[in-house]
Design a protein around this ligand. Structure first.
Ligand code: FES
Length: 259
């Protein structure tokens, strides 16, 4: 998910000491990828428009203040970018620590186990410890008091093909963007702000089934965690192989479990 190059003007910059030349408008993340440097990311994908929400892809640019998100920052001539140093590693670990502090730690029984970008990134940034008290925003019962959590939203299993578990959502908006950009449907939105922000299927009373969702699966494919998960994966397991279809109905390749 990086801004597409719209111009033929080429720009040369340096990333981690290596020169790279890319079209003007290319994001730093994509320029780094040209060099084989993969910057940690959660909200960016290769195909969706960049959104810049997860803050995992922070980089440093010599002579500039701050640590911009490389997925939304375009290249500029002559800049010297650093994607790896101890400060960036510490910042990324801090970001991951906050995500994990409010995430159910049921990885071993989660259908996304082994196919979860949150899990991968926690490993990639070297997260070994979470110092914060466990967030309780997404849990039915508060651990601290044992009281029912008024903010809790139950799982939505109304759609015959996929389940939505809000407790696992990191609000990266990949599902929202996939719905809009791949399928051209606007069934998903993000409501609320800050800690209360969540993905919703439209009005509060809507479920996945009563929403504008056409069950194309683009959101499920885009989800980096087990939040949106195919029911077949929950029931049977991860497909052994996948096929890319060119079905007229939707733009999503279908996958299946080989028996
Ligand atoms: Fe850049 Fe999420 S990947 S902010």
């Amino acid at each position: 998910g990086t801004p597409a190059a719209k111009s033929k003007q080429m720009v040369t910059l340096t990333i981690d000491g290596f020169d790279v030349t890319v079209p003007e408008g290319t994001s730093i993340m994509r320029a780094a990828a040209e060099l084989g440097i993969s910057v940690p990311k959660l909200c960016a994908t290769d195909s969706l428009d960049a959104f810049g929400s997860c803050r995992l892809c922070l980089v440093e640019i010599e002579g500039r203040n701050g640590t911009p998100a490389s997925c939304t920052t375009p290249v500029a001539p002559g800049i010297k970018v650093h994607t790896q140093n101890s400060k960036l590693k510490q910042l990324r670990r801090g970001v991951m620590e906050l995500y994990i502090s409010d995430h159910p730690l049921d990885c071993l029984t989660c259908a996304a186990n082994g196919d979860c970008e949150l899990q991968d990134m926690a490993g990639a940034v070297g997260l070994r410890d979470v110092r914060y008290e466990k967030g309780e925003n997404h849990f039915e019962v508060r651990n601290t008091s044992g009281e029912k959590n008024p903010n809790w939203i139950p799982k939505d299993e109304s759609n015959p093909y996929f389940a939505y578990d809000p407790a696992k959502c990191i609000v990266c908006s990949r599902c929202v963007r996939a719905c809009e950009e791949i399928q051209g449907t606007f069934a998903l939105t993000i409501e609320g702000r800050g800690f209360d922000s969540r993905v919703s299927f439209g009005a509060k009373t809507d479920t996945a089934l009563t929403s504008d969702c056409v069950s194309c699966g683009a959101c499920v494919q885009a989800c980096p965690t087990g939040t949106l998960q195919e029911k077949s994966v929950i029931d049977i397991g991860t497909p052994d192989r996948s096929v890319i279809t060119t079905c007229a109905y939707c733009g999503v390749g279908c996958s299946f479990k080989a028996e």
